[in-house]
Design a protein around this ligand. Sequence first.
Ligand SMILES: Cc1cc2nc3c(=O)[nH]c(=O)nc-3n(C[C@H](O)[C@H](O)[C@H](O)COP(=O)(O)O)c2cc1C
Length: 189
Amino acid sequence: MAEKLKILIINGSVHVDSLNLKIAKIVEKELQSLETQSTLIHLGEEKLPPFEGYGVPYPPRVNEILKLMTQADGFIFVVPEYHRSMPSVFKNLFEYIDDEEVKIEDRPAALVTATEGQWGQFAQMSMHGMLRTLRVWLVPDQMYISQASTLLDEQGNLKDEKLLERLKSLVSRLVRASELLRPLRNGNG
Ligand SMILES: Cc1cc2nc3c(=O)[nH]c(=O)nc-3n(C[C@H](O)[C@H](O)[C@H](O)COP(=O)(O)O)c2cc1C
């Protein structure tokens, strides 16, 4: 039997009570129902130190997260928009990836952004160039959840059925893309 697909969800918020974390948990539940092996990292809890340059030894937890990233078959990045860009904790994590010792190429990624306001697209646009530089493949689905707190109930469920269906469809496309790209990396890590 084929090994389960490993999907890594990274929530790029600094808030303990993060809106995007609530969405990330819905994504995690959906990935479990699709029988994948999923792991959720909330950068707001990790408090990773700032990247200090290649050649400077990395903190152990950074190495653990980078290992999870290189072992993953696909990514779902749930990323809030801070000042019309990705949060610095998210960018900081990616600066540790040197594209030589640590490679995440030829894996697909899906992006989801929940905001309190109307925006969200700027956070994702700021990520496109960074992910392409690392040769990560973006799935075509785009998911922005505006005014997100009004769309979640007290248990953290999405009240809008159509939005939930779109989120599930994005997750299922990411899983399919992860399956398709896995053989491409055989023997290349
Ligand atoms: C530093 C900062 C900058 C923000 N900038 C934006 C922005 O550019 N666009 C937007 O739609 N919301 C912006 N917001 C509001 C966020 O959408 C809102 O705080 C949301 O809850 C963030 O998601 P999180 O709770 O998962 O961190 C900003 C919030 C912070 C803290």
